[in-house]
Design a protein around this ligand. Structure first.
Ligand code: ZN
Ligand code: ZN
Length: 245
């Protein structure tokens, strides 16, 4: 077992609302300076910069996970993490086929940039990325699990697109085994108020700017022996799917 300082909710320059200098290389470099060892890239409804992200994490000795922050049909944000790029891209394809495609207007919503590991812009995503997909929360959760990934509701302590604010409570179904908080100061009161005691609590930054990537604070113990980065990724997925029970 080893302890990993993590940040599992990060937006690259592909998310319209993130800074253009949130390139995968800059994210991995900043996270390395902050002493983080486990990162996930979770752009809105896309895994399009994940391949570059995994490359740049490797270059800094960080374990990277491909992920996505999905907007469900209810407009709830759910973090989806995958054990491999192949699974992430398969999920990405399914989402892109089940989402309303409207043109992005960069001057209003921001740029949606694909970049390589040297920060060169290799393309622009033409369709606005943060619109809702056709899948309900339950359908989307089931889909992620069926593909070997893990998922949990994002920033449950925030009003915008947080599960509790959208639904008025924390629903018994789907049976999420993990939840994400944006502010760790809210964990105790929410856990008591919404009966979340058996859930794994994750605190991540939801960084849209380089300076928002979190400091080495929240951490997870993961079984990584014999060590391989694949094993770390799978251990994290398994832990999120199991919760604390
Ligand atoms: Zn969000
Ligand atoms: Zn986010």
């Amino acid at each position: 077992m080893s302890r990993y300082f993590y940040d599992l909710h990060l937006h690259s320059c592909l998310s319209p609302c993130a800074d253009d200098d949130m390139t995968p290389a800059n994210i991995a470099g900043m996270a390395s300076l902050k002493g983080l060892q486990l990162l996930a890239l979770t752009d809105h409804n896309s895994c399009g910069n994940c391949e570059t992200f995994l490359q740049t994490c490797r270059a800094y000795g960080i374990v990277g996970l491909p992920g996505m922050e999905l907007t469900t049909a209810e407009e709830i944000h759910m973090v989806c993490l995958f054990p491999s790029l192949e699974t992430a891209l398969k999920f990405d394809k399914t989402i892109s086929e089940n989402r309303l495609l409207t043109a992005n207007r960069p001057e209003i919503f921001g740029n949606q940039l694909y970049v390589d590991a040297e920060d060169n812009v290799t393309g622009e995503e033409p369709h606005l990325l943060h619109t809702a997909c056709r899948f309900s929360l339950s359908e989307a959760y089931g889909l992620v699990l069926s593909m070997g990934g893990a998922a949990y509701p994002a920033h449950i302590d925030r009003e915008a697109n947080g599960i509790i604010n959208v639904l008025g409570t924390f629903p018994p179904e789907p049976d999420f085994k993990a939840v994400e908080f944006n502010d760790s100061a809210n964990v105790d009161s929410y856990t008591a108020d919404y009966g979340l005691a058996d859930r794994l609590v994750l605190c991540s930054s939801d960084a849209h700017h380089l300076w928002d990537i979190q400091e080495a604070g929240p951490s997870l113990e993961l079984d990584d022996e014999p060590y391989s980065s694949d094993r770390v990724r799978q251990a994290l997925i398994d832990l999120i799917n199991k919760g604390l029970k």
